[in-house]
Write a new protein. Structure first.
Length: 188
């Protein structure tokens, strides 16, 4: 099992505590690799502060289950490797991030069936229990098999992020990288 807390400077103690508590009930059944970044991970087996890019790619590809924060790039990377991410979004009310974009993004993808979102310890335990019982539920066809699919995925994520920004700010941004140009006003 791979757990990616991310590299944000804000600690994500909540996810590490949930993982530590859960893993204590199955220590001999589950081998962990935990990329914990700036979050303390004392007592968590398989804990590494950071993984290099190639190491992380290999870990995602070989993991039965992948648990991650709610960052869009991380989620897309996990899906690209044919895994359904188990997402615990960082919550600013716990000091885990500067805003709630991860919560909104994860919930939207969860509603679309692209991720499994866990916002409580009970949901986390239930999801991991289901994943251990039937890991195939968390494997999908790799999302990005061609350049065209990769480009379409970038546009979809961009549009999702833009809609969340619009909802939060009440106005449309003047230009995003996935649109044709900052001056055309046309969508890409």
């Amino acid at each position: 099992m791979l757990v990616m807390v991310g590299t944000d400077k804000h600690p994500f103690d909540r996810l590490v505590a949930w993982l530590r508590d859960w893993h204590s009930t199955v220590p001999d059944r589950v081998a962990l690799t935990v990329q914990h970044g700036h979050t303390g991970a004392a007592g968590v087996p398989g804990a590494l502060a950071f993984l290099g890019h190639d190491e992380l790619q290999a870990a995602i590809s070989t993991a039965d289950l992948v648990i991650c924060h709610g960052g869009p790039a991380t989620i897309l990377e996990v899906r690209r490797h044919g895994r359904v991410p188990i997402v615990v979004p960082r919550d600013p009310s716990h000091g885990e991030h500067v805003d709630d974009h991860q919560l909104r993004f994860a919930r939207r993808l969860g509603a679309a069936g692209l991720v499994v979102v866990c916002e409580t310890p009970a949901a986390f335990v239930a999801t991991l229990t289901a994943g251990l019982a039937e890991p195939a539920r968390f494997v999908v066809r790799a999302d990005l098999d061609s350049a065209r699919e990769r480009e379409a995925a970038v546009v979809r994520v961009g549009e999702t992020v833009e809609s969340l920004v619009v909802a939060a700010n009440g106005r449309r941004a003047w230009w995003w990288p996935w649109s044709r140009s900052p001056w055309s006003g046309a969508r890409g």
